[in-house]
Design a binder for this molecule. Structure first.
Ligand SMILES: [Zn+2]
Ligand SMILES: [Zn+2]
Length: 136
């Protein structure tokens, strides 16, 4: 996406957690599933997928919890910002919460997932592909 960037940085709201990723993102989407909504306390949770091997926490250690079988999510233990999502089914990938990145404008989403679980007043106002569940 932003090929001139030598790295991708982000962190939580309070600044306790800072991370750095040195490989380009692979995808950018918006999840409407119930678990993401609960984790974010928001109607959607946008995410950017990166190679998991490239993620380095430069400051702080995030808390982690298993939100469903095989899924590990991290967040800041001080301010609660959701940070990452990993699924045992795709061990090479990590989803970073788009708005935790320092330059979220650089990662416009190209699809929606789990629209079958979206809240009724969450109206999708773009023409992007919208998948009822995960991306096929
Ligand atoms: Zn924080
Ligand atoms: Zn989700």
């Amino acid at each position: 996406m932003n090929e001139e960037n030598a790295g991708y940085t982000g962190g939580c709201a309070c600044g306790a957690i800072r991370y750095w990723i040195d490989e380009a993102p692979l995808a950018s989407g918006i999840c409407h599933c119930r678990t993401c909504r609960k984790v974010a306390s928001a109607p959607t949770l946008p995410f950017v997928t990166f190679p998991a091997r490239s993620l380095v926490y430069e400051q702080g250690v995030p808390k982690a919890f298993t939100s469903s079988k095989g899924v590990l999510r991290t967040f800041c233990g001080a301010c609660g910002s959701p940070l990452s999502y990993r699924n045992d089914a795709e061990p090479g990938l990590v989803d970073m919460m788009t708005v935790s990145l320092d330059a979220p404008d650089a990662y416009p989403p190209s699809f929606h997932v789990w629209t079958s679980e979206k809240v009724s007043w969450d109206v999708i106002c773009d023409e992007l592909p919208a998948h009822p569940q995960s991306r096929p």
